[in-house]
Design a protein around this ligand. Structure first.
Ligand code: UT7
Length: 330
């Protein structure tokens, strides 16, 4: 063991300007503000508009802001991980598109696909690469243009998702009072039948028929996903607290994936967290998939203090889920 620990030394988010309100959704599908608000907690979400702009466009803005804010030379970044399910292309990876556009030319990069758990997985992968001593400055991005894979004729999914990106800088520290300490990640392919995108992969490449059958959009059976999200996240949160001998009073913030306010409240209750300790911004952005956790950290940055114990947790397609324990370093 090198004795090094990875610490988040900067965080930056980016959301597109266009605000898609519940009122506008009422004009698109058979829904209403009361249903969306009471069932999900979402009031509005951001949408990336424009031709030929993909997820990288948001990742680039987040990374540019992150490098500027932390006074980091892009050439000093040696690893870039981009968590996304909506990469600009099947290949090349969006991490490389972002690296090139932001001058991170000495980095190697790759995308990580774990749906809504993507940023959490990427954070632990980046931390472990850095702890090994080989990497000194790692950028981890969570970004998704969900509007590119959401069917705006399907009211069960289109009200939930939005577009957004966030990025963090990881650097090594020997200070035992800060940094990424532990994680518990899980996955279970049995969940594939409840949340998936049918076509466009190698099993069912795009054809006129797949387009006509609307198979290039997200399909979700919400209720089983809801149940699995609640039990999965509360389980790993409790386990990571027990493993690190933490009581609720020891934790300053719980940072849950933002998929549904009712899921967030139920997980918080099951893990015994009062809502004052729980980061929530779903009302503003909806579910931005890999973007939710870094966007939460960005939104709550001025309420985070150095040394704060923070637990992040996520659940998503796959199924994938996990929890990560860190001490805030900025
Ligand atoms: O982030 C990745 C992981 N994803 C999640 O964690 C999402 C988990 N699931 C959920 O958050 C919830 O299941 C949803 C928000 C997707 C749906 O909420 P729900 O309370 O589970 O609703 P439901 O699917 O049980 O549907 C209840 C009713 C249905 O009508 P009937 O059959 O009772 O007449 C739906 O057709 O609500 C109807 N409905 C809507 N009504 C108005 C579904 N979507 C809408 C809508 N507007 N947008």
């Amino acid at each position: 063991m090198s004795g090094l620990r990875a610490a988040i030394t900067g965080v930056q988010g980016y959301v597109p300007d266009y605000v898609l309100t519940n009122a506008e959704l009422e004009t698109i599908v058979d829904t209403n503000d009361e249903w969306i608000t009471s069932r999900t907690g979402i009031k509005e979400r951001r949408i990336l508009k424009g031709d030929n702009v993909g997820t990288s466009a948001m990742g680039i803005e987040a990374v540019k802001g992150l490098l500027e804010k932390t006074g980091t030379d892009p050439l000093d970044i040696d690893l870039v991980i981009c968590a996304t399910v909506t990469g600009d292309f099947i290949f090349p990876d969006t991490a490389n598109v972002i690296s090139h556009a932001t001058g991170m030319d000495n980095a190697f990069g790759f995308d990580l696909n774990a749906a809504c758990s993507g940023f959490l997985y990427a954070l632990s992968v980046g931390a472990k690469m850095l702890e090994g001593g080989k990497h000194k400055k790692v950028v981890v991005i969570g970004a998704d243009k969900m509007s590119s894979i959401v069917d705006y004729t399907d009211r069960t999914t289109c009200v939930i998702f939005g577009d957004g990106a966030g990025a963090v800088l990881l650097e090594p520290t020997e200070d035992p009072g800060v940094g990424i300490i532990d994680y518990i990640h899980r996955s279970n392919g049995a969940g594939a039948e409840y949340l998936y995108l049918t076509a466009g992969g190698s099993r069912k490449p795009a054809t006129v028929d797949t387009v006509m059958a609307r198979e290039h959009f997200v399909t979700q059976n919400g209720r089983p996903v809801f149940k699995a999200a609640v039990s999965g996240m509360s389980d790993v949160v409790k386990k990571i607290m027990a493993a690190n001998e933490l009581e609720t009073d020891d934790i300053r913030w719980l940072v849950p994936h933002q998929a549904n306010r009712r899921i967030i409240e139920t997980v918080s209750r099951m893990a015994d967290f009062p809502m004052e300790k729980v980061m929530v911004n779903i009302h503003k952005y909806g579910n931005t998939t890999a973007g939710t956790l870094p966007l939460c950290l960005w939104d709550y940055e001025d309420q985070l203090e150095k040394g704060d114990n923070v637990i992040l947790t996520a659940f998503g397609g796959g199924f994938t889920w996990g929890a990560l324990y860190l001490k805030w370093a900025i």
